[in-house]
Structures are given as C-alpha cells and as structure tokens.
Design a protein around this ligand. Structure first.
Ligand code: ACM
Ligand code: ZN
Length: 580
C-alpha cells in the first residue's frame, strides 16, 4: 500500500500558505481513496495545532482503469483545485477544447485558457494544466506522459488519442464526489490530485469494442455515450455493425430503398430463440449521412477510429428486401424478423451486384476515414449459389472448383475496389476459406484458430473469440440474469484472456482484440450498458497494460463502479465480489 507511506510524510499545501501535517487518516479497504484529516497551523508556530474540518479525499492512483503502464507515486497532493489555468490550449483541436471546457463545467470548475507562449496572469489560478503537443513525441499511438506536481499538471502527448488518454486519466484521478452536476467549484474548497508521474504506453495497437445496431437500433445520442465509455477506458476502435438480415441502418444516397424499405421489419422475435415467438410491431431506424458524419467527428475528437461494417455476401436479407435482384433468385423477401442465418445472400454471378456493392462502399468510404473497412464475410450459406446458373457460370469462367472459392472470389473482387481507394479490408475469419485475399486483415471470432492461421501467413489479426470476448453471452448464473445468448463469459474470464500466441513470429501480426456486442436480446441502451460493464473494463486493461494481480484489479473496480454510477452507466455489479 504505497499510498499509506507517502501520505505519512509531510508536505506543503498550496496556495494557502500554511504547512500541514497529517494527524489521522482512514484506509477504507473497500474504496481505494485516501481520506486525510489535516491539521491547520500557522506557518511560523505550530505548538498547538488545531484540527480543522478539512477531510481530503484523494483518489488512489491504483484505482485507474486501465492501469497505467508505468506509475510513480511521488507523495503528497496538489493544492485544492477550483480554478484551473490551461496552458497550450492551441495544442489541441477545437473539439478537444470543447471537451475540456465541458468536463470542467461538469465539475463546476472554472477555467482560463492560454495559448502557447502567451503569458496570462496566474495569480488567481489554484492550479495549472500544461498541454504539450510534442510532434517529436517518439511513442506509440495513444501514448502520453502525465506529471502532477503541487501546483500544476503537465500532459505531454503526440496525437489526439494521447491527449484524450491523458485527460481521461486526470478525470479518473478526480474524486467522484466532485463529478456531480450540482457541485459548484467556486463555492467549494476544491479537490486535490495525487502527486505522481505516469508514463503510459499501450500494449496493443488495436483496442476495440463492437456494437450491433441492426438487431436493435440505438440512436446517435446513445452511440455518443457508448463512445464516451470507450474513450474513458482508452479503447481506440469502434466497430459499428451497420447492415444485417434484420435491418439496414446507414442511408445510401444511390439506393434510397436500403433505408426506406431495408431499415424496417414488420415484426421482431421475442424471448428465447427456441420459443419462436414474434410480436407484430413494425421496428426499425437508420442513421442519415449527417448522423454518420456527426458520430465520426465525435469519435475522432475522442481519439477513436470508427470502422464501419457492411456485411457481404451473407447477412444481407435487408438489402435483398429493398432490391430483390441482389439475390440469386430475385425473389421478393421481407426484412428478416427472426434471428439466425439465412440462405438468401448476394448473388456472386451478377455483375450488377458488384456494381451495387462498390457504389455503396464508395459512399461508405466517403463518410468514414478509417484505414480499414469491415466487409463481414461470416456465415454465408452456399445453398443458393449451388443452384444459381449465374453463380455456376462465374465459377466456370473464373476456374473455381467450389463455392468456398467463389466466396473467396467475391471477397477479393471487393477487396480490390477497397484497395483502389487506399483502404484495406478486414473480415470475419470465414474469409480464410477458399484462399485469403492478399491484403486482408482478419477478425478471429470462431475461437483463435483462424486468427493464428492468418497471422502465421503474415496477415494482421484482431482477436475476438466468442469465448470470452462475446459480451452478449451470460456474465453470471443465467437464472439470475436477463435472457442472453447461451454461453458464459464472466468478468474474470475476460480478465484472464491473453490475445497473443506463444510464438512471437505469429504474435507480431496480432494487433489487438475486441469485445463484441450482438444485440438480439438487448432492446434498450440500459441493457447494452449492463452487458458491457464491467467486462469492457477488464478488456480495456488487458489490452492497455496487461493484467495485474486480480485482487488489486478487483479493488480498483470497486472505486471504478462509483465512476460508472456518476456517468449514469447501468453496470452489472454483482460480479464484483465473485471469486476470481
Ligand atoms: C459472428 O459472430 N457471426 C461474427
Ligand atoms: Zn447467384
């Protein structure tokens, strides 16, 4: 318990001008904050110290989630922060400036802003935040250094992710009592930050979370809240699953029926899959292109890249409902109402299907600046292709032996188009079948086998094995939980996960991991929140700095639960006391 020792040393509280000693403190084992009782006495004589009523609540830095890769606790804490002078404000984008201003306003904290090189009066500021955007910062994407000294904080970063990661750390170091909207810093003595030095570098480059907005639709305001939670945990990729059998969720100008028709289903399956029960309510929703731009800009300001997923050739019933000629049989079919895998998929024999998909992808690439575009590739039955004259003719013309090779042809033809736009494709591990497209990256979801095979061939891989990274599975005893897809992925299963292989030449191509949130059984934002937290906290930590001993992480989670409460995030909490 390093905190206990450093708090026992004496230090100077600034800026009131009196020295102080600690005469009493509590070490509340359930919450990793320090409560320090301070004796006030005059600077010149201190013979008869008077106990003041100041009880200082300082956040234990070991409660940070994810834990920093390097933490040095110096000892002591800052003077009370109730007015912050921000230096180097021009070092960050307008969106980050507005993020900082909103954060301070939420804390009831007033701030004063100065651009680099400007000398502003510091007399009234109780603390200073120095932002140092150092273009030469030779560190991995998202890295930052944070130094908290008695009267100020220095944050050094090299990119937007690094700036936001440093600010999120500072935010987590702010006692949660001060997060409440009705706290007014100008009327309060202010809070204190612990003095420390953090040198923070991510272990894995790809730290992702996914969300299926097709089985159930979530509006822009929830997507922003979801992104806030990702940034809070130093995730840097949001995989947005936008098209499915049960709904097409992104407006495409060239094909308006995709959302006029494809975004709406006439009914939805309710209850467990085996019950095969359905309601009779029209359900749907979609994002306009302005919505998409708004989300992408918001994510970018948080240091998060949004990876859109346009599923092909399977999971395409909503598109086929809008434009029946996209399928082999050109049969008019409704948007799917039940869950599962459907046999009607895009026809691989018609050139018009490829024209459609490349047009859709062009609009998608105009909206999303991400280096990779997710093209799905999973769970595409071959039954229709086997009996389709156009598909069979394609196989003859291209010299393909079977329908798996036809799927590979499909993926590679799409990949070529995406590559022409300077982007790479990523797909589910089925894209390995029939030969992997040359520049493709793979998301390994059916365990790790596909990912390891792809990595050994030199393809970049994101690990997202169903066990334990599918957060739609139960997180504890099913009898105590809302209905979920079968399977059990507890918080501690997630925390024990390790994405790398024992073979370092293979591991070199494993760029990170991702938690997946399929929403068949999650109808509301609150339910999504419940399935995500605290498992995303565990994943964030293993991806950022690696697992620490589970008792320490468990203790950090206790305090972190208060943070999540302050953020109005509906977390599952009964697992926090589970054996690990
Ligand atoms: C998947 O879960 N079908 C990628
Ligand atoms: Zn066909």
């Amino acid at each position: 318990m390093t905190g206990y020792l450093w708090l026992a040393s004496s230090f100077v509280l600034k800026p009131q001008g009196f020295s102080s000693d600690i005469v009493g403190m509590k070490w509340p084992h359930q919450f990793p904050t320090y409560f320090v009782l301070v004796i006030g006495c005059s600077a010149l004589s201190c013979q008869s110290p008077q106990v003041t009523d100041s009880v200082i609540d300082i956040v234990d830095p070991t409660s940070l989630i994810p834990a920093p890769s390097e933490l040095h606790v110096v000892g002591g804490f800052t003077g009370p922060v109730n007015h912050l002078m921000v230096h180097g404000f021009d070092a960050c984008t307008e969106a980050s400036q507005s993020w900082i201003a909103t954060w301070f306003a939420d804390l009831g904290l007033s701030e004063q802003l100065a651009n680099r090189g400007e000398q502003k009066t510091m007399v009234k500021a109780s603390s200073h935040l120095w932002l140092d955007n150092d273009q030469d910062f030779a560190a991995k994407e998202g890295s930052y250094d944070l130094r908290i000294e008695a009267d100020g904080v220095a944050l050094r970063f090299g990119d937007q992710q690094g700036l936001m990661n440093g600010l999120q750390t500072l935010r987590q170091l702010t006692p949660t009592d001060f997060w409440s909207e009705d706290f007014n810093g100008s009327l309060q003595p202010g809070f204190h930050w612990p003095l420390l030095q953090i040198t923070d570098r991510p272990l894995h480059a790809y730290r992702g979370m996914h969300l299926d907005v097709c089985r159930h639709f979530f509006d822009v305001s929830f997507i922003k809240k979801y992104l806030d939670n990702l940034a809070f945990h130093k995730f840097n990729r949001f995989h947005w699953h936008l098209t499915e059998d049960q709904g097409w969720r992104i407006a495409i100008e060239a094909y308006p029926l995709l959302t006029d028709v494809g975004a709406w289903r006439e009914a939805s399956q309710i209850g467990p899959y085996s019950d095969q029960r359905f309601d009779s309510t029209t359900y749907g929703g979609f994002y306009s292109q302005d919505d998409i731009r708004e989300v992408v800009a918001y994510a970018t300001s948080l240091g998060i890249e949004v990876i859109p997923e346009i599923e092909l050739p399977g999971h395409s019933r909503a598109a086929i409902a809008a434009y029946p000629w996209l399928s082999c049989q050109s049969e008019s079919l409704p948007v799917a109402t039940g869950w599962g895998v459907f046999e009607d998929v895009y026809c691989a024999g018609k050139d018009s299907v490829f024209d459609f998909l490349t047009t859709v992808l062009d609009e998608v690439m105009d909206l999303f600046p991400s280096k990779v575009i997710h093209i799905g590739g999973d769970e595409s039955p071959k039954a229709r292709w086997e009996t389709c004259a156009a598909c069979q003719q394609r196989m003859v013309a291209e010299g393909l032996d079977n329908e798996h090779q036809l799927q590979s042809y499909f993926i590679q033809r799409i990949e070529k188009h995406v590559n022409q736009r300077g982007r790479d494709i990523i797909g589910w591990d089925e894209i390995l079948e029939g030969g992997l497209a040359p520049n493709a990256k793979v998301m390994s979801w059916r365990g790790e086998k596909g990912g390891l095979a792809a990595a050994s061939m030199g393809h970049e891989v994101v690990m997202t094995p169903g066990k334990p990274l599918y957060f739609d599975h139960y997180q504890s005893d099913p009898s105590q939980e809302p209905h979920a897809i079968g399977g059990h992925n507890s918080l501690w299963d997630v925390y024990a996960y390790q994405p790398l292989s024992n073979d370092s030449s293979v591991s070199a191509f494993i760029i990170g991991a991702q938690g997946n949130v399929w929403t068949e059984y999650m109808e509301t934002p609150e339910h999504v929140e419940y399935m995500v937290q605290p498992r995303a906290s565990a994943l964030a930590e293993i991806l950022w700095s690696g697992a620490r001993d589970s008792a320490t992480f468990d203790q950090a989670l206790q305090y972190h639960a208060q943070r999540m409460d302050q953020l109005h995030w509906n977390q599952a909490t009964h697992h926090l006391h589970e054996a690990h």
